[in-house]
Design a protein. Structure first.
Ligand SMILES: [Zn+2]
Length: 503
């Protein structure tokens, strides 16, 4: 049986606000429906004016740090937990450190009562945090514009310049001694030396990188760095005046072609196996790990192989090609999530939740209540004037109040214009689609619990708990993975898709 405390707070916005009693009632009903025992309540009653220290909230957080008997904080709505999405996320994080979860009686949260994770909630939370970073500062755009200008002027923006360069007065200059090493590395590679031989040669000459011998991965990064040809690409723009050229463009391109051709030396250790830790063998149940081998042509090949097979030869499961399997899993997950309806609905929720949170932006609320007070004082002065009580002090007071009123109206307009700028649905949709497409690894990490590879099919288990909505994807998505037809077919309640797959 789960135990919870309720946290309730009354905010200034009386029009849409639930009373404390209303919040408690909704929370208690939710607890009763879900078999949660309420052991305590923390309540911040509306205090007059600007007092916003939320004593009960602070006490609740402090109690949470001291191994309390409760494991859930139940709120009417998530916005009780902070004045913006970042604050909410931070406070939530503090609870989760103590294994306490935050549940809203009226909104979906990323974690369900039983501790299982909720896909929409997780996405929503990530999108919100992402978006607030994306939108909160107009500044960031200005900064970006400024940075672009700086780059156009060839100015270095800070950080450590790549090996072979040095910085002086914001300009990037060639570090002659190191540039020689860079050229040597490119020349050795072009001459057909393999990575191991190049490293040996560098060692022999006593060449160090940050006072250590050069690692294989560093060597690859050097061989791949386009800046050495004087070309710098960033944010869709090409800057030609930032990095002086160290390596001949033709040599660089030749090296790229050679590396593509024989993926030389990139061992399985520094290859990114996206599905690492998620794969299990359908034949023997053991883990499936990343693996590599060298083909007759000398080309490096990457696979996923059953660990039982690899170590003890105890399993006959066929290895699968890394790229093909990863593509299959990513495509399937995208297909599942990346439908216009799903994204549209998710975007709606984000916009709605954000509006709710924005409404409670305390700055605006404070300003509005402040304005009401000034208006009231001004009305009183007007009455005094109408009643013929005009003194020099009344006049002075009136001017003062009128000035304050004008000032506060400007501040309110400024705050409100910020609200106007809040999320547009199409922007949110765009953001979600981009996030899904550009972060396959994060997506896999976030959404996939485990994948079981059978000889004839793949089963992908998504992290998705307590799902009763028939429109939502299943906890288990079953995929048939027919090697012979080189196609996978996905079937799932009302959802079908076929992918071409070459294995
Ligand atoms: Zn196996």
């Amino acid at each position: 049986m789960k135990t919870a405390v309720i946290y309730a707070r009354y905010s200034c916005d009386a029009q849409t606000e639930q009373s404390i009693e209303g919040q408690l009632r909704v929370c208690n009903e939710f607890a009763a429906q879900n078999g949660i025992i309420i052991v305590d309540k923390y309540i911040d009653r509306a205090t007059t004016g600007t007092n916003d220290n939320r004593a009960a909230f602070q006490k609740m957080l402090a109690d949470a740090d001291n191994k309390p008997v409760w494991d859930i904080v139940l709120v009417y709505a998530l916005d009780r937990f902070g004045r913006n999405s970042i604050e909410i996320a931070l406070n939530k994080q503090r609870l989760s450190k103590n294994n306490i979860i935050l549940i809203s009686a009226t909104q979906r949260t990323s974690v369900n009562i039983d501790g299982s994770k909720n896909l929409d909630g997780i996405l929503l939370e990530n999108v919100l945090i992402g978006l607030s970073e994306y939108y909160s500062v107009e500044l960031s755009q200005k900064v970006r514009r400024g940075q672009r200008e700086s780059r156009r002027k060839g100015n270095f923006l800070g950080g450590r310049p790549p090996y072979g360069y040095r910085v002086e007065n914001k300009k990037i200059l060639i570090h002659e001694e190191r540039a020689e090493v860079v050229r040597l590395i490119f020349d050795l590679y072009v001459s057909g030396k393999c990575v191991r031989e190049i490293l040996e040669e560098l060692n022999k000459r006593g060449i160090l990188y940050n006072s250590k011998p050069i690692y294989q991965s560093t060597l690859f990064n050097i061989l791949k760095l386009e800046k050495y040809t004087g070309v710098y690409r960033y944010d869709g723009e090409v800057y030609m005046d930032m990095y002086p050229q160290i390596v001949d463009t033709a040599v660089f391109q030749r090296v790229q072609r050679m590396m593509d051709k024989n993926k030389h030396g990139s061992s399985s250790r520094n290859t990114d196996f996206l599905l690492k830790g998620k794969l299990f063998c359908g034949r023997c149940g053991m883990k499936i790990n990343g693996d590599s081998g060298t083909a007759k042509s000398g080309e490096m090949k990457f696979y996923y192989t059953c660990s039982n097979k690899k170590r003890f030869r105890g399993c006959s499961k066929t290895s699968l090609k890394k790229e093909a399997l990863e593509k299959c899993v990513i495509d399937a997950t995208l297909k599942l999530l990346n439908t216009p309806e799903k994204i549209s609905r998710l975007a709606d929720e984000v916009v709605k939740l954000n509006e709710q949170i924005s409404k409670e932006q305390s700055i605006l609320n404070l300003l509005i209540s402040e304005r009401a007070k000034i208006q009231k004082s001004l009305d009183n002065v007007m009455i005094a004037i109408e009643e013929g009580i005009i003194t020099s002090t009344t006049k002075a007071r009136m001017t003062e109040l009128e000035n304050s009123l004008a000032e506060i109206n400007m501040k309110i307009a400024a705050e409100e214009s910020k609200l106007d700028r809040t999320l547009k649905k199409e922007d949110v949709e765009k953001f979600i689609i981009e996030a899904l497409a550009s972060e396959p690894k994060a997506m896999i990490e976030l959404l996939i619990d485990k994948i079981i590879l059978y000889e004839d099919r793949i089963e992908i288990f998504y992290i998705y708990g307590n799902n009763t909505d028939p429109d939502e994807p299943n906890l288990e998505v079953h995929r048939d993975f027919f090697l012979s037809s080189q196609k996978i077919k996905i079937t799932q309640r009302g959802f079908e898709a076929t992918f071409e797959l070459k294995l």
